[in-house]
Design a protein around this ligand. Sequence first.
Ligand code: ATP
Length: 360
Amino acid sequence: MKHTFDRLRLSSVHRSFANAEGEQVAALKGLDLDIERGEFIALLGPSGCGKSTALNCIAGLQPLTGGEIWLDDQRIDVLPPEKRGFGMVFQNYALFPHMSVLDNVGFGLKMRGMGKSEIERRARAALQLVQLVGHESKLPGQLSGGQQQRVAIARAIVIEPPVVLMDEPLSNLDTKLRIEMRAEIRRIHGGLDRATIYVTHDQDEALSMADRIVVMREGVVQQVASPKEVYCRPKNLHVARFMGYRNVLPCTLERAAGEAVEVSAGGVPLVGTPMEALESKSAMIAIRPDDLVRAEAGTPNAFGVHVDVVEYGGRDSLLLVSAPFGKMWARVEGEFVQGERVTLAISRERALVYRPEAAS
Ligand code: ATP
């Protein structure tokens, strides 16, 4: 078992399952991915897109139906999970309820035949890293959810795996603890110089934790990029929708102008940023509710709207408005009343223009 590596490479990984009718249905359709040592990678996508399948294929818990996985110059998809030696953390912690915290953490080392004092030394060091010193002799049931998940993380890292795989590890925790644990997991990752591959369907989690995000849909990678890139420049409409570009409206292409593109939407001229090659006059414009701002009439990229619904949000309000080109959501600072007419504007950089859905 390798403790360190430079690159984990997934090459054209396929995984199919037989459905009830006995037909093969593909959960992963040719996954290519290079992961460097030290990286924190999030696999992000809606339920059923193949995230857990990808993680299980990397761990060796499921065989591939095509493709290869390499750890540097060693092909590992042919190895059983214990030979790969990756650490795994699951949503449900999967701790042994009748074993102490220390014994839970040391279990993997015991299975490897390590001596008692060395197991204890390493298990204590792992518990120190996850900040659970003082809890060694407790049973898992005596710990909070967040503490139990930290035990699970200590157990995964104590074997000094080259790669730690985490499948929605925070889903069972309440919101406050989830947010605390994000930072905690990042901190633990930072102390390891290994790779972490983290499965989540939560955009905020992926954005706040990952060095790179792999956005998946129906077994196919849509985009691999930094959190900022995925957030600000989603590669296609599917990624845009998933990343919170809630307003996706049809428009007509008028003129390409360097890095900008002029479109009209419901008769309103708008300047946006083209995100892919636009091959016909018909296009879609994608806008995040938070990127709309209140503006004076006559401002570039401004349009008048009728406020249909107001959801008070303290500092800002979430509005459902009728614009000349359709209904849209806007999260705007200040207070509003239903029935009011206001002018909203969007900057050119934040109005993203894509090909229509069927063609993308
Ligand atoms: P979730 O977030 O809901 O866990 P996911 O993105 O992790 O979803 P997977 O669990 O990888 O998705 O599932 C991908 C596809 O493969 C789904 O269509 C699922 O129904 C199918 N699938 C997964 N495991 C099996 C299995 N053991 N037998 C048959 N089909 C499966």
